[in-house]
Design a protein. Sequence first.
Length: 323
Amino acid sequence: MSDPESAKPDVLIVAPMMPFVMDALQAAYRTHHLWEMTDSQLSSVAPRIRGVATNGGAGLKRTVMDALPALEMIAIYGVGLDALDLSECARRSIAVSNTPDVLTEDVADQGLGLLLALARRIVYGDGYVRSGEWARRGEMALTMRLGGKVAGILGFGRVGQALGRRLEALGMTVIYSSPSRPAGVTQRRYPDALALAEASDVLIVTAAGGPQTRNLVNAEVLAALGPSGLLVNVSRGSIVNEAELISALQAGTIAGAALDVFAAEPQVPPELLNLDNVVLAPHAASGTTETRRAMGQLVIDNLHAYFAGQPLKTPVRLPQATP
Ligand code: 8YV
């Protein structure tokens, strides 16, 4: 008699996901938890793994991908594709899905919240009250109005445009830089990060991560943003040169930064922890219950669709495979 368990496809889960996702995957597949496995445990199941579920930050290391000869499908819990070798997926005809759209508005909210917290020093003010400084020293130093200022958005895709709408509602002028002009966009486009920073009071990073954007925001761009300029990053830590940002914050080359993402998460450079002109968040922009449920459901739906021989709900278009 055949064992119904052995008929289920084997799926490797790279990092823990919400319990309802773990339960749904476990019910439909033989699941394996990469974060709990030794190398030899991985080697013993690797030849059978047909699906992978992972998040945007972790992606799938090439060494692990290379060790999975039967891999057919990777479902990403996130929109970012930078932690996955897409050319290799194309070469091996591995299907990939991600979770676009469902997280757009929440990531934009987090960008708005971080910018307000930074410009109006909301987190600093909270400490000022709690520590008794208010009673001891009187009124807190004045902060910066956002209305009437120019917000430069680096990368003007779904998240950038959703954030732009919020900033325009505050009375800011929104400009942007991105490789091409998105359809239906009327805001002024700048050719690159440097020109954008020169024209902006606040620079907001929403571009996709990856080799094309690595260290795009460097010392020169920060100098162009200027001593009253603010930087917000809700995209990928890799886009900002972190060492050069720290120097700029320490030297007053820019006025402050609000960061949801870092170069080597969850490690955050101690220099950033010691600065009071920064606001820090633990890569939480998509982290509402509502959005994470929708993201989790897409992971489940995409894997189920693939293994049922149906089209993916939210497929990633892979680059043309090079022979
Ligand atoms: C998630 C992300 O926080 O969408 C992405 O690419 O980085 C985030 O939305 C992440 O995928 C969940 O761990």
